[in-house]
Design a protein around this ligand. Structure first.
Ligand code: C5P
Length: 230
């Protein structure tokens, strides 16, 4: 049985500012999506990759991947995504071959995730955890705020909080069941599995697995890439 990576890349990336969809912006001259696909393909654990492209951009994404050359050993499909990330992931799951039993879901917007983080997540699922997330402690204190009054409503103890990254790894059947059951908006896949009452295991995340969301993140990503190439 094989392990697959589903890479949602159908977001417009509005927080990054105007321009082309986020996954198609470049870092070191290479599209963010290509970095993300390579990061997953480099992991020995990953044999199948499903890229979820903007609905009107599947041909463009396919051409982009072919132009940048992908490893022969990895089976790469491109499918159309949806309006919300959750829908994009569901469409990616629907395209998985039958012989896949472990699925990693990885944001295209995390192009610099180290291969060791990918392997650690996949290994924890193979070792029996139905759901695994990479996570880091927080630098900032986090508060809950009432958006209407602008008043602080609480301060969770920082030591108990973790910032969660991707790839998030799952037993395939568990993730498919979560996507079939949970219909309201969520911001990650593990939270859907949590709602089924399934335990979610945490493994160490990595600073370089940060999500490219705002303009400053592009500056940081270019610097990380330049350091790696030096
Ligand atoms: O919006 P957010 O930063 O949480 O998006 C995380 C990932 O989900 C990105 O890689 C983005 O391309 C993807 N996404 C998607 N389909 C959407 C919205 C976001 O594949 N409709």
């Amino acid at each position: 049985l094989r392990t697959a990576a589903v890479i949602p890349a159908a977001g417009r990336g509005v927080r990054l500012g105007p321009g082309v969809p986020k996954a198609l912006r470049t870092l070191g001259g290479v599209p963010i999506l290509v970095h993300a696909v390579r990061a997953m393909a480099r992991a020995r654990a990953v044999q199948v990759i499903v890229v979820v492209a903007p609905p009107d951009g599947t041909a463009e994404v396919r051409a982009l991947l072919d132009a940048h050359g992908m490893p022969e050993s990895t089976d790469i499909k491109v499918v159309a995504g949806g309006e919300a990330r959750q829908e994009s992931v569901r469409l990616g799951l629907a395209a998985l071959p039958d012989d896949v039993d472990v699925v990693l879901v990885h944001d295209a917007a995390r192009p610099l995730v180290p291969v060791d983080t990918v392997e650690a997540v996949a290994e924890a699922v193979r070792a029996g955890a139905p759901a695994v997330v990479p996570a880091l402690p927080l630098a900032d204190t986090v508060k809950t705020v009432d958006p209407d009054t602008g008043l602080v409503t609480g301060t969770p103890r920082r030591a108990l909080l973790r910032a969660v990254q991707t790839p998030q790894g799952f037993d395939r059947a568990t993730l498919v069941k979560a996507h079939d059951t949970v219909t309201h908006d969520v911001t990650d896949d593990a939270s859907m599995v949590e709602q089924l009452g399934v335990p979610v295991q945490v493994v160490p995340g990595h600073e370089e697995a940060f999500k490219v969301t705002r303009p400053l993140d592009l500056v940081l990503a270019e610097a990380v890439l330049a350091r790696r190439r030096a």
